[in-house]
Write a protein of this length. Structure first.
Length: 358
């Protein structure tokens, strides 16, 4: 009769659990990269006992070095900023900028409470009017928007403009990639309009939108449409170019297969062209969204349309002692939001493509 060594069985069981743990860590690594938290993978591997020496080198590269760089940057900023005098006083350091960020947060909470009280008063008024047999009244809150509301306005605007750009650029890019004639027709237009600054497009877009929409009674406010269309005109080019390149670069064998199978154009595009070109299309989409976010801030500043750009311009015109620190808060917010928007597109790219080229 054969006996099983309990130590051997325990060792096999422990190795199986360890293998399952590393499988989960490797699966999570994909999403850590999407979220910008790739340093978590070597931390978890080291904790699980996977070659701690090698993992420490990765932790140093992915976590320690970036943290040290940020700390050095903050130290240089805090040291050099007070030495630079402007018309609004010394350039604020990290502590002053953080203090203004806290003030903006508290101001947003105070404005939210004020709006809640206003809505409650209007609700009470309408309740009394209904009891007296009168029609309820509609009164809109006219207080200044909070900092968070201005951020949300900018995000909505850039996504609307980006969506329009995508709807226009992807079909045109597919046509340019599949047809040499379409490519020859589109190429000169791309080369002419791609370098045009948003500051040049903005007056044209403003006049056209104002002529087509005489009032603000439409579904979308004119200021919103002006900013969104400006974003569209400046951000569609990376997607168009990368889509055309991706479609033109698909494996010729796949094209030959589509001819042998006598696929119609729609089937060819959906079954062969798009799956093969998706990595480059998403590269173009990520570039377009980044360009659109930069363009939007400039458009909001110049046109005085609601959003982060207008917030920066208003603070610059305000000229108070806290204006420069508030502008720096907005600049940091723009950078962080731009990073998060890119992460959103990276996540979508990870879901719909299988390439490692990011």
């Amino acid at each position: 009769m054969t006996t099983v060594d309990p130590n051997f069985a325990e060792t096999k069981d422990r190795e199986a659990r360890r293998a399952r743990l590393f499988t989960r860590i490797n699966a999570a690594d994909k999403w850590f990269q999407v979220l910008g938290l790739s340093w978590l993978t070597p931390v978890l591997r080291a904790a699980a006992g996977d070659n701690p020496s090698a993992q420490m080198k990765e932790i140093w590269r992915l976590l320690a070095v970036p943290v040290i760089a940020i700390v050095v940057f903050l130290m240089l900023w805090g040291t050099l900023a007070p030495k630079v005098q402007t018309s609004l006083g010394a350039v604020p350091g990290p502590a002053q900028v953080w203090a203004e960020a806290v003030n903006l947060h508290e101001d947003a909470l105070a404005k939210a409470d004020s709006k809640a009280r206003f809505d409650a008063q209007v609700a009470q008024l309408n309740e009394r009017r209904v009891q007296q047999g009168q029609e309820p009244v509609a009164r809109a809150y006219t207080g200044a928007p909070t900092y968070y509301q201005q951020i949300w306005t900018s995000i909505q605007t850039v996504f609307f403009g980006f969506l329009i750009a995508t709807v226009v650029a992807v079909p045109l890019g597919i046509a340019a990639g599949l047809s040499p004639i379409a490519n020859a027709a589109l190429n000169p237009l791309i080369q002419i309009f791609k370098p045009v600054s948003p500051l040049a497009w903005l007056p044209i877009v403003t006049m056209i939108v104002s002529a087509l929409a005489a009032s603000n009674d439409g579904i979308l406010a004119k200021s919103f449409v002006i900013s969104a269309v400006t974003v569209t005109l400046c951000s569609l080019w990376p997607t168009l170019i990368n889509t055309a390149l991706g479609v033109a670069s698909i494996d010729k064998d796949l094209v030959n297969v589509s001819k042998v199978l006598k696929m119609n154009t729609w089937t060819k595009i959906t079954k062969l062209v798009l799956p093969s070109a998706l990595p480059l299309i998403f590269t173009g989409l990520r570039l377009s969204l980044g360009v659109g976010w930069m363009v939007l801030i400039a458009a909001e500043m110049l046109a005085q349309n609601p959003g982060l750009g207008k917030f920066i311009w208003d603070e610059f015109q305000n000229g108070s002692s806290s204006s420069l620190a508030r502008i720096m808060v907005a600049v940091l917010s723009i950078g962080i939001i731009g990073f998060l928007l890119d992460r959103v597109m990276y996540a979508l790219q990870s879901l719909f493509t299988f390439t490692n080229n990011r």
